[in-house]
Design a protein around this ligand. Structure first.
Ligand code: NAD
Ligand code: MG
Length: 393
């Protein structure tokens, strides 16, 4: 029996995680779920999975949430605040933590799980983008088991040989990691129409149903840029080891190319319950509720290179990856501010790349040797991005 904390339970990944868990009551029990704003959904999930604890990251939500919960038959204990988030990740009863809070807010609780040596199912890519080397050092130091949930990284993980040594592609005869991406909803939109893109259009991904921030990132391909950085840290890669390939059908979730010419791909319907189930059950396999691929209905299977003029954010993130930790922390923070401003109708879709580029240019490339420094650098980049947003507004 595995005992699990689900950070960000009310989100798209969180709900998919609870869906897979509910299919296997003999294997998994929920210790804690956490949520931020969607209190009705959090109460509904609590009734469904009866966790020991429910954590509200926003302490001000306590009375409204308690009133909601009192109308149910759920007797979970309600905790609030940042320390409670850390505590339900590091509690001795817990062996697995699903890290599915969106954005930089996910870093500290995920690190708490890492430092407590848990199995960490990493959906929150932003925490690795912000603090890559420090995060991976903590994984090694505390003997945590880090398993990628992002579909591409989960696919790469599945295509790597069992004797893969972190950062040593030659040892396993690997030539390249092929990171696939669909190109999002605007892959064939004329470039001159990009200024008029609305938040709802950007959030309507052709293949995946996801939270709004990652949906906008997928439309701008910043998501692939963040994933490029994530892959570097997860597998110990050099920038030249990774190639981004457009694959609009999202059937292949990423590939590993070997020196003998073989390419191993992981395929499946675009449904996050597959990587979630693999993370929960690794090294075994469990059913996830995802339909099998129907090859007779796969009409098309195409691949191309992402155009820099269409996807400037992808190339900015790859540039930041080469520049190092301070640059990736800064662009991640800038992007969070810019995407939120776009979703609030304050800036245009095309302004997201302008904010990201300027923050990247203006941020100091200092060495970040502690998480405190990472958070300070994140805060500086956020305030710079907010100034730029005000100018563009
Ligand atoms: P979502 O917006 O649907 O859910 C986000 C969750 O984070 C919610 O539970 C919300 O309550 C919580 N949250 C938001 N702000 C918070 C804060 N300040 N403090 C604490 N909790 C907060 O997002 P999602 O699509 O589920 O994505 C979650 C993470 O997983 C992201 O990092 C995303 O990049 C990653 N991811 C998502 C998918 C996907 O298919 N949705 C795929 C790969 C990776
Ligand atoms: Mg992904």
């Amino acid at each position: 029996m595995r005992t699990i904390t689900v950070l960000g339970a009310t989100g798209s990944i969180g709900q998919n995680t609870l869906d897979v868990i509910a299919r296997h009551p003999d294997k998994y029990r929920v210790f804690a779920i956490t949520g931020h704003a969607n209190l009705e959904e959090l109460a509904r999930l609590a009734v469904q999975c009866s966790p020991r604890y429910i954590v509200l990251s926003d302490p001000q939500a306590y009375s409204a949430f308690s009133a909601l919960l009192s109308k149910t038959n759920c007797h979970s204990e309600v905790l609030v605040g940042a320390q409670a988030l850390d505590d339900v990740c590091s509690a001795p009863e817990v062996d697995t933590v699903m890290s599915a809070i969106v954005g930089a807010a996910g870093l500290l609780p995920t690190l708490a799980a890492v430092r407590a040596g848990k199995r960490v199912l990493l959906a929150n890519k932003e925490s690795l983008v912000m603090s890559g080397e420090l995060f991976m050092n903590a994984v090694i130091e505390h003997k945590a088991e880090l398993l990628p949930i992002d579909s591409e990284h989960n696919a790469i993980f599945q295509c790597l040989p069992h004797d893969f040594q972190y950062g040593n592609l030659a040892h396993s005869g690997i030539a390249k990691i092929l990171l696939t991406g669909s190109g999002g909803p605007f892959r064939i939109l004329p470039n001159e129409s990009f200024d008029a893109i609305t938040p709802d259009q950007a959030c309507a991904h052709p293949n995946w149903t996801m939270g709004r921030k990652i949906s906008v990132d997928s439309a701008s391909m910043m998501n692939k840029g963040l994933e490029f950085i994530e892959a570097k840290w997860l597998f110990g890669l050099h920038e030249n080891d990774i190639e981004v390939v457009l694959h609009p059908q999202s059937t292949i979730h990423s590939m590993v190319q070997y020196v003998d010419g073989s390419v191993i791909a992981q395929m499946g319907n675009p449904d996050m319950r597959t990587p979630i189930a693999y993370g929960l059950s690794f090294p075994e396999r469990i059913s996830s509720g995802v339909d099998s691929l129907d090859f007779s209905s796969l009409a098309d299977f195409s691949f191309s290179k992402p155009e820099p003029s269409r996807y400037p954010n992808l190339y900015l993130a790859m540039q930041a990856c080469e520049e190092g930790q301070a640059a990736t922390t800064a662009i991640n923070a800038a992007n969070e501010v810019a995407v939120e401003a776009f979703l609030q109708g304050q800036i245009k879709f095309t302004d997201i790349a302008k904010v990201n580029e300027q923050v990247l240019q203006q941020s100091d490339l200092i060495e970040l040797t502690s998480i405190v420094q990472v958070l300070e650098h994140d805060a500086e980049a956020r305030s710079l991005a907010q100034q730029l947003v005000r100018k563009l507004n």
